[in-house]
Write a protein that binds this ligand. Structure first.
Ligand SMILES: *Cc1c(COP(=O)(O)O)cnc(C)c1O
Length: 419
């Protein structure tokens, strides 16, 4: 072991702890699969979900136990798939704060929306939550090389955790992926390739490489564990809000891992007695230039057709076809929420507004949730006194910013009162 994980879990739950994972289950058909061996999609070609012995978790994971643990992702270990802490490849997955947009709330004459700022996580995005889990499990299962298609942030997190685990990573991204993402993937040891296509075109090449080269496919929802990491957003949120979920959650939806994961987390929390049956309305936010889930939602469909000619400034949600489409749509409908599309100009304007008004630099995808919230408020879809949580999924520092500076000539006369 090149590093020590003692800081993560220093109590007496060790390798011998009872395991809480019982099996995996096809998200569409419910067919059971064995855990602890390498698995991809189900025979129906759909995502596998991890199932736990929730009665045992209920006895082990109480509010008192939680109160004594560090405020990080591993405080939820009984509801996570890693059985042996020696396999955890941590970069310090902290709990992320809820920041109220106070000025925006005043402007909108509404209760200040809370931003769950996921940009504080390792590699600067919430992809770290999913990838720390997927890579730790890949390590547990003896995987040598992982591969994934990415719009940027997932590849960066995959490369970082893979390097830390001593696993090789092959990362394929669309050739117009934000430059910083392409560079950070390589900087963290990933073998990165720019592909003249979209993320699902990259995914098709990854699938061929997995079949021929024996790589482990870490594509969104094509292995069972990223969703388990992402669901910690829902676990955290419940605890941060005093075990009462908010009225509404706005989530920027690409592959939908986080939305599906949170929905699963809420059911698990209810099953272990930490929350009741009340759920937030889930709003899946997409960009107008790539809105397959919105189109399917409005058409009353359970599956979403591929979106052709996808384009948006919010690269993280430029996903033309999601393998977990029905899981996203089921959760949105069951919750009484909606799928909403936002145009790029509104995304950019909301992103800039949050930074200027409230000093919080969002990523464009986070800006999309603010724009969607403002639209929902104006439409009466959300009440002014409702508690709303917006997800900012990456640090705004990774994205291009408009140059608003002016220059000063230190040799000339400077009109100080005008500065
Ligand atoms: C990946 C990503 C998303 C979409 O997340 P999913 O859970 O895959 O839908 C949103 N925003 C950013 C910044 C991302 O990197």
């Amino acid at each position: 072991m090149p590093h020590s994980d003692q800081m993560i879990w220093n109590d007496n739950l060790t390798a011998e702890r009872p395991s809480f994972v019982t099996h995996l289950e096809c998200g569409l058909t419910g067919e059971r699969y064995e855990a602890d061996v390498v698995q991809g999609l189900s025979r129906a070609g759909r995502p596998l979900l991890v199932r736990y012995d929730l009665d045992s978790v209920r006895a082990a994971l109480t509010k008192d136990v939680l109160a004594g643990r560090p405020r990080d992702l591993w405080r939820w270990r009984e509801l996570l798939p890693v059985r042996d802490k020696a396999n955890i490849v941590s970069l310090g997955e902290c709990e992320t704060p809820l920041i109220p947009l106070t000025t925006a709330g005043e402007r909108l004459a509404a209760r200040a929306p809370l931003v769950k700022d996921e940009g504080r996580l390792p590699t600067g995005s919430f992809k770290a939550r999913g990838l720390v889990m997927a890579i730790s499990m890949a390590k547990a299962l003896g995987v040598r090389t992982i591969a994934m298609p990415t719009n940027g942030n997932a590849g960066a997190a995959a490369a970082a955790y893979a390097s830390r685990a001593g696993i090789e990573s092959v990362i394929l991204c669309p050739d117009d992926t934000p430059e910083i993402n392409v560079r950070e993937i390589a900087a963290q040891g990933g073998r990165v390739y720019r592909v003249n296509g979209l993320i699902d075109d990259c995914g098709a090449i990854v699938a061929r490489g997995c079949a021929e080269n024996g790589w482990y496919d870490l594509s969104t929802l094509k292995e069972p564990y990223r969703i388990e990491g992402k669901k910690t957003m829902g676990l955290e949120l419940a605890e941060q809000l005093g075990w009462e979920l908010p009225d509404a959650i706005f989530y920027p939806t690409g592959g939908g891992t986080g939305l599906i994961g949170m929905w699963k987390a809420f059911d698990e929390l209810e099953a272990i007695g930490l929350i009741g049956s009340r759920r937030p309305r889930m709003y899946a936010v997409q960009a107008s230039g790539c809105a397959p889930i919105v189109r399917a939602f409005e058409a009353g469909e359970r599956h979403a057709e591929r979106w052709e000619d996808a384009h948006t400034v919010a690269a993280g949600i430029r996903v033309p076809k999601a393998v977990g489409d029905f899981l996203i749509l089921d959760a949105v409908r069951e919750s009484g929420g909606k799928a909403l599309a936002i145009g790029d100009p509104a995304i950019v304007a909301a992103t800039e507004r949050a930074a200027i008004e409230d000093g919080l630099l969002l990523c464009p995808e986070g800006g999309a949730t603010l724009a969607a919230y403002e639209q929902a408020l104006a439409d009466g879809e959300v009440g002014r006194d409702e508690q709303v949580v917006l997800f900012n999924c990456a640090t705004g520092l990774k994205y291009p910013m408009r140059d608003r500076s002016k220059t000063l000539d230190r040799h000339g006369t400077i009109d100080l009162p005008s500065l």
